[in-house]
Ligand binder design. Sequence first.
Ligand code: ZN
Length: 91
Amino acid sequence: MDNNSKNRGHTAKSQNVPINSIAVNTPYEVGDLVVYLATLELAYVIDYDCRYELVTTLTTCDCCTFRFRSRRDANFQCRHIIAMRSVLKID
Ligand SMILES: [Zn+2]
């Protein structure tokens, strides 16, 4: 009996591959903010004087500043978006 031939071919890959050694689920300090990447497209950002986490993506944010300003300027980036982009080294 030879059962050993089924040992290969099941290597796990295709997880979130960190770009430029950026890790998800790791808090990054950016000035007064802590950016916690849930994925490479979604972060939880904690402001130093804020009690709850903001949900931030590369183009949107939960914060009042973004909600207000983005109505007039569709390309507005609040400091949470800017912090997240700086962690991801985008622009
Ligand atoms: Zn924001």
